[in-house]
Design a protein around this ligand. Sequence first.
Ligand code: FPP
Length: 234
Amino acid sequence: MRTVKLPVHLAFIMDGNGRWATRRLRPRAFGHKAGVQNMFRICGHAFHLGVRIVTVFALSAENLSRPQEELDELFELFRTFFDKKKEKLLELGAKVHVIGDLAALPADVAACMRALEEETSHITERLLNICVNYGARQDVLQAVNRAVALGRFMDDTSFHGLLLTAGVPDPDLIIRTGNEMRLSNFLLYQAAYAELYFSSRMWPEFSRRDLEKALVDYSSRSRRFGGLRAKEQE
Ligand code: FPP
């Protein structure tokens, strides 16, 4: 692959599992299972190519309003991959950090997530953030409330320190699959200067080649963070 400039932090909105399954006349849970398998394939490839931080949107706070049957299926997937088949996550060789409000999840699911975080806490080379029951507005609001409670004015650096992503650099590239072009309450504060890439592929069919294509596209972009390119300043 001819990528020259990789994102340090790559984030995914893994959309389209349900539609992928429905088009195949299969239940939505079939799409979520395929989605998890693809998450391992794509995160593994991203780390293999040299990306250091990957963040995936596994369940939004708003997703909790889905029918209980679908939620139970998603919780069962979490149980499987954070506990019974945790080798799949461990094989990624990354520190796992679960970001979101785990209090609303079944207690055993939250417990196995925290246990896996503990088990991988010594790893420093790679980080995998898994957003579960996460909402960016909710995160900003809890940070504001903490700032108020502290009685302190915040600057950008200190505010970052109150977010659930504290200590993690902002995402450089956010890839959304599923042919939708929006951020859906994902990392809104942190995405201020993220490059966005939208793919019409449904998440289960987003391939390693598709990832490489997105990275080559990212590599060709000029990131100015509101400033000018060196040439333009002359
Ligand atoms: C969006 O597709 C996807 C989700 C709501 C869930 C994604 C979750 C996973 C891939 C599981 C992650 C698991 C682990 C172990 C980290 P959708 O259902 O909204 O698709 P649709 O837009 O086609 O309906």
